[in-house]
Write a protein that binds this ligand. Structure first.
Ligand code: AMP
Ligand code: FE
Ligand code: FE
Ligand code: ZN
Length: 282
């Protein structure tokens, strides 16, 4: 079919989105998107339901995951696309990451209490429908209880990176993250690269085996997209794009904001075929 399009970065309730996997597929169908990647933080729990819904609604569902890796003290988000989500090593590593999030959440709640915010761990846990508990759940509770007006305000004032109530979470190194994705048959992609504010970090990741870059991202100025397309060209990287939709978990619903031509998906598949059987390293 001509003019097929894709969104290769979407979250579900398995991590910090508010849409069930089936609902994500329904929303994709409504927006005329033909292929989606489910890329929850630190979990693959949402994938089976999405694949089943995709079969029912004729939407291609690409299994994925989003991992935060430590690179030069910065948090680099790396997507694993086309992963074998049943891979035992991957599942064990994800389990460990999600367990570590619990104590980190309790520390952030403790810090917020010092700012007069009375939040119980159970209130945050109630919003986390899967095994992953994170800052977006916490921000939603802060908003519900009237401590902030907007989700963005919770991050800007309290729990955003390096803000007063932020606590970093346990992360694998970038080498470990990229190798985990590759060993599970996935293609490693640096997500929302502009949030790194430093292309040197991307160059380092390329040296460690990174395969691609998410050049297309929601509400991103065209100039920035072009910058990353050029970087991809210069370094022989694959290009992807996605909305990073979290349902209603952010201040707006983002699915439909990014639709990349299906040719990008074909290139990813071709690349994956070309390395299958080999221990992939770009
Ligand atoms: P965590 O994995 O618990 O560290 O939380 C990360 C989540 O918070 C991801 O969904 C991010 O997109 C979201 N996030 C990080 N910074 C911001 C921000 N400034 N505004 C809104 N969401 C954010
Ligand atoms: Fe998220
Ligand atoms: Fe991210
Ligand atoms: Zn994301």
């Amino acid at each position: 079919m001509k003019n097929k399009c894709a969104d290769l970065h979407i979250h579900t309730i398995a991590s910090d989105g508010t849409f069930s996997p089936r609902r994500v597929v329904q929303e994709a169908a409504k927006k005329g998107i033909h292929a989606i990647a489910i890329t929850d933080h630190d979990t693959v729990q949402g994938i089976p339901e999405a694949i089943k819904a995709g079969r029912d609604m004729n939407i291609e569902v690409i299994p994925g995951v989003e991992l935060a890796a430590d690179e030069r003290g910065s948090e680099a988000h790396i997507l694993g696309l086309f992963i074998d989500w049943e891979n035992k090593t991957l599942q064990d590593a994800l389990k460990n990451l999600s367990v570590q999030r619990v104590s980190r959440m309790k520390k952030m709640i403790f810090k917020l209490a010092q700012f007069g915010m009375n939040i119980k761990f159970e209130e945050v846990l109630e919003l986390a429908k899967g095994e992953v508990i994170g800052r977006l759940h916490l921000a939603q509770v802060m908003k519900k209880k009237g401590y902030v007006e907007y989700i963005a305000e919770a991050f800007n004032k309290y729990i955003g990176d390096r803000k007063a109530c932020y606590v970093s979470r346990y992360k694998l190194s970038s080498e470990e993250t990229i190798s985990l994705i590759h060993r599970a048959g996935g293609v490693s992609i640096i997500a929302h690269p502009m949030l790194l504010h430093n292309d040197d970090i991307i160059i380092d990741l390329i040296k460690k085996g990174l395969c691609g870059i998410e050049a297309f991202y929601n509400h991103q100025p065209k100039k920035i997209t072009e910058h990353y397309e050029k970087l991809a060209k210069d370094y022989g990287l694959l290009v992807t794009g996605g909305s990073d939709c979290h349902g209603e978990g952010k201040d707006r619903i983002l699915i439909g904001s990014v639709k990349i031509p299906y040719e990008y998906v074909e290139r990813l598949k071709k690349y994956r075929e070309s390395v299958s059987g080999k221990n992939i390293h770009c």
